[in-house]
Design a protein around this ligand. Structure first.
Ligand code: NDP
Length: 332
C-alpha cells in the first residue's frame, strides 16, 4: 500500500516537495474487517487550509471511492464500492470499528446507474451538493435575477452556473482561461469571461450595471472588491470559498479582507457563509435531484482526470494554477 504524507508545511502555494509518498504494510484482514483499494481519489481546495492542522508525516486527508478487495464482513462483500474519508492512500485496512467511525465517514457509493463512479466525488458528491444546497436552498434564486459566479468552470462553479440558468436567472460567469470560457459557452452560459484578460469591474459595468442580485463567491479577495460596487440594493452574497487566500496564513491578521463594509452598508447587502458539512442531512435529497438532472441531460459535467497515484500532489497543486475544468479526480 502507498500513502502520501505531509513532508513539510507549504510556504505559499504548495509544491510537489511538500509531500512524500511512503509504503505501508496493512494489518491482516480479520473478523469484521475489510481491505479496500482506491478506484478514484479527490483533491479539493479545502485541503490547503487543513494542512496547518495536521502533523508532519501524517497522511494527507481526503475522500476516495474504494472497492472492497478482501472482506471478512458480510455487510461489505468483495467488489462492493464505498465512499470513504481515508486520505491519499492506494489501499486501506478498515477494522469493524473503522467502518463505523464518523471521521472516516464510510458510506455505500450510491447507485449511479451507467454514469461513471467518479461522479460520486464531483457533481453527484460533495461539490454537487455544495452547488445545489448553497445556491438553491440558501440563496433562493428567482427567475430574472442576475447571478455572478467566479471559478465558474470549476467543480462547484460549473454546476452553480447551470443551476442558475435552470432557475431562469441571467448568469455572468468568470473563469481563468479562454478554454474554460469556451466550455461555459458550450453549456449555454453566454456571458462568460476570462478574468485574466478582462477587467472584472468594467465587464460588470457593461453586462450587469449595479444589478447583481446574487454573487456566488468561490474566490474572495480582490475579486469581491470588484464585484460589490455592481451589486443591486438588497443583493445577496454567498461566501462559498476564498481560494485566493488559501495560500496565505489564514489565521494571521495579515489576511485582511478587501470586502468593503461601506458597500455592504450602502447597498444593504445580505452576506451568507456556507459549510457543506453542516448540511449532511440534506445530501440524499440533493443527490437525487442532481442525478435526475444529469440523467435528463439538463446539467452537464466535466471532469479533469489525472492518471497515476504518483501524481496526487500534481493534481492538488493544479487547483491553485487553475489547471482543472470541472472536478479533478485522480485514478491511481
Ligand atoms: P475548483 O474546481 O473551482 O478549482 C479551483 C479553481 O479556483 C481553479 O481551477 C481556479 O480556476 C480557481 N483559482 C485558483 N486559485 C485562484 C486565485 N488565486 N484566484 C482566483 N481563482 C483561483 O474547486 P472547487 O469547485 O472544489 O471549489 C471552489 C471553491 O469552493 C473553493 O474556494 C472551495 O474551497 C470552495 N468550496 C466550499 C465548500 C463549502 O462548504 N463552503 C465546499 C466545496 C468547495 P480559474 O482558472 O477560473 O482561476
Amino acid at each position: 500500500a502507498k500513502v502520501w504524507t505531509l513532508a513539510r508545511q507549504p510556504k505559499g502555494e504548495p509544491t510537489r516537495d511538500d509531500f512524500a509518498c511512503k509504503e505501508e504494510v496493512l494489518p491482516l484482514c480479520e473478523d469484521g474487517d475489510v481491505i479496500v483499494e482506491a478506484v478514484c481519489l479527490s483533491v479539493d481546495p479545502y485541503m490547503r487550509f487543513k494542512l496547518c492542522s495536521i502533523s508532519l508525516n501524517a497522511a494527507m486527508m481526503g475522500e476516495q471511492i474504494a472497492r472492497v478487495i478482501e472482506s471478512k464482513n458480510s455487510e461489505w462483500p468483495v467488489g462492493s464500492h464505498m465512499l470513504v474519508y481515508v486520505g491519499w492512500r492506494t489501499h486501506t485496512y478498515l477494522s469493524y470499528t473503522d467502518l463505523r467511525d464518523t471521521d472516516k465517514s464510510v458510506q455505500q457509493l450510491p447507485d449511479l446507474g451507467t454514469l461513471p463512479k467518479s461522479l460520486g466525488l464531483g457533481i453527484l458528491g460533495m461539490p454537487g451538493n455544495t452547488a445545489y444546497l448553497a445556491f438553491l436552498e440558501v440563496m433562493h434564486p428567482k427567475p430574472g435575477e442576475t447571478v455572478v459566479v467566479n471559478a465558474a468552470a470549476g467543480a462547484v462553479g460549473s454546476i452553480v452556473v447551470q443551476l442558475a440558468k435552470l432557475a431562469g436567472c441571467k448568469v455572468v460567469a468568470f473563469a481563468g482561461s479562454d478554454e474554460k470560457v469556451a466550455w461555459l459557452k458550450e453549456v449555454g452560459i453566454n456571458h462568460a469571461f476570462n478574468y485574466k484578460t478582462v477587467k472584472v469591474g468594467d465587464t460588470l459595468a457593461q453586462v450587469a450595471p449595479e444589478n447583481i442580485n446574487i454573487y456566488f463567491d468561490n474566490v474572495g479577495g480582490k475579486f469581491t472588491s470588484e464585484v460589490l460596487p455592481h451589486m443591486a440594493t438588497h443583493g445577496r452574497m454567498l461566501v462559498c470559498g476564498v481560494i485566493s487566500s488559501y495560500n496565505d496564513d489564514m489565521m494571521s491578521s495579515a489576511v485582511i479582507s478587501p470586502l468593503s463594509e461601506y458597500m455592504v452598508m450602502r447597498k444593504e447587502l445580505i452576506i451568507k457563509g456556507f459549510v457543506i458539512y453542516s448540511w449532511k442531512h440534506r445530501w440524499e435529497s440533493s443527490f437525487r435531484q442532481m442525478k435526475k438532472w444529469v440523467d435528463e441531460g439538463k446539467i452537464q459535467y466535466h471532469e479533469t482526470v489525472v492518471q497515476g497515484f504518483s501524481n496526487m500532489p500534481y493534481a492538488f497543486t493544479g487547483l491553485f494554477r487553475g489547471a482543472n475544468t470541472g472536478k479533478v479526480v485522480v485514478v491511481p
